[in-house]
Ligand binder design. Structure first.
Ligand code: 5GP
Length: 361
């Protein structure tokens, strides 16, 4: 495992509230328990449980959202999640989250996002570059791509970009509000839109106007696609030509053909797919077919907290399940650079990071 931790990595499919540390969730649950909002003993085992169906996962998210409902907590979990990814040598992170409105505590989608941005700024174990390139690296020494030397101490650096998620429970208007917020926050590192949430909830036509608008405005799009069998929706999603899709577990022959002909990169979340039973077992996971046919793909965690995983564990699983050696895994990790939602300058710098890491191998 240690070998995969030290390898530089790119994480492109991580949900903020799914990546919260168990210890933080338990601490927050204890506080709400003391206030009488929840019964701690009722939720403790829910947080610590490992095996969950897709339906149970979404019930857990409802619980997590109760625990993290507060600007300060959003800031805290954002900081912790970024620090956790950085400690695993993730050098580029696209973090996604659903901006939430909660009038009872004065939270708007905008103030939620501002709390996330505060969390990014609060990170202190690593240097964070989160603004678009022309804004964010002007003060960073270009020669020091992996480590910034500050006062003699070696500092790691992580690029962070944000994707705003539309939850499938939302209305067209709410989805549009998220897209407009993303457009306004582009200078602060928001690069795209994700469609997620319980895949058996909501209709494609509810989200389509907002996703189409986002695409027309030049935001990047990634969609949770084919988590459950729904050929009509999968076809409609591919017709939108998203720049990436997540999961692709329940594709039929026709849909594979179309996906491959469009060459749309797939975010692969092995543990999540197995734990939620979206894929029967690792032996029949579509990773193997996509990898063998050289289809663009990237290994991701989805929800490192909920599924008790990490990027290194996911690469380790891919290596052992599909018989990939160190060189192949390194190449797989490096290939992800091509699918990031950032400019060529960031890609160039990431390539340099991988090149120098390769020399150390
Ligand atoms: P948040 O957006 O609140 O930061 O992260 C949690 C949310 O991400 C969940 O409520 C859900 O909408 C979405 N999410 C997390 N994991 C999955 C997944 O595996 N599939 C889908 N469709 N949505 C997910």
């Amino acid at each position: 495992m240690e070998g995969w931790v030290s390898m530089p990595k790119v994480e492109l499919h991580a949900h903020l509230n799914g990546s919260v540390r168990d210890s933080t969730l338990l601490e927050l649950a204890r506080v709400l328990g003391e206030k009488g909002v929840i019964v701690f003993s009722d939720v403790e085992h829910v947080i610590l449980k490992n095996e969950r169906s897709l339906t149970e996962v979404f019930r857990l998210f409802d619980l997590i959202h109760i625990l993290t409902t507060d600007h300060k907590i959003i800031t805290r979990i954002t900081k912790e999640v970024i620090e956790d990814f950085a400690s695993e040598n993730v050098v580029y992170l696209e973090l996604r989250t659903t901006p939430k409105k909660n009038e009872s505590i004065g939270m708007s989608k905008r103030s939620y996002l501002e709390a996330v941005l505060e969390g990014i700024k609060a990170v202190n174990t690593v240097d964070v570059a989160f603004r678009p390139h022309n804004a964010d690296v002007s003060n960073v020494k270009r020669s020091s791509l992996i480590n910034d030397t500050c006062n003699g101490s070696t500092r790691k650096k992580i690029y962070v970009r944000l994707l705003l998620s539309i939850d499938r429970r939302e209305t067209t208007e709410a989805a549009m509000e998220t897209v407009k917020l993303a457009l306004e926050m582009r200078d602060l590192g928001v690069v795209g839109i994700d469609l997620s949430g319980n895949p058996i909830v909501g209709e494609w036509m509810t989200f389509f106007p907002a996703l189409k608008f986002a695409r027309e405005q030049g935001l990047y799009i990634t969609l949770h696609c084919g988590e459950v069998p729904n050929p009509k929706e999968i076809r409609a999603m591919l017709d939108l030509l998203p720049q990436r899709i997540g999961h692709a577990c329940c594709f039929e022959e026709e849909e594979w053909k179309r996906l491959k002909s469009l060459n749309i990169p797939v975010e692969i979340c092995l543990t999540s797919n197995i734990r939620t039973n979206s894929v029967r077992s690792i032996e029949v996971h579509h990773f193997a077919d996509l990898y063998n046919s050289k289809h663009p793909l990237v290994i991701c965690t989805d929800d490192s907290g909920v599924f008790s995983t990490s990027v290194s564990k996911e690469y380790n699983l891919a290596a052992s399940a599909f018989g990939l050696g160190r060189r192949e895994i390194f190449q797989l990790a490096r290939n992800a650079i091509e699918y990031i939602f950032a400019d060529d300058e960031v890609k160039r710098e990431l390539k340099e990071i991988f090149n120098s890491a390769e020399l150390d191998q």
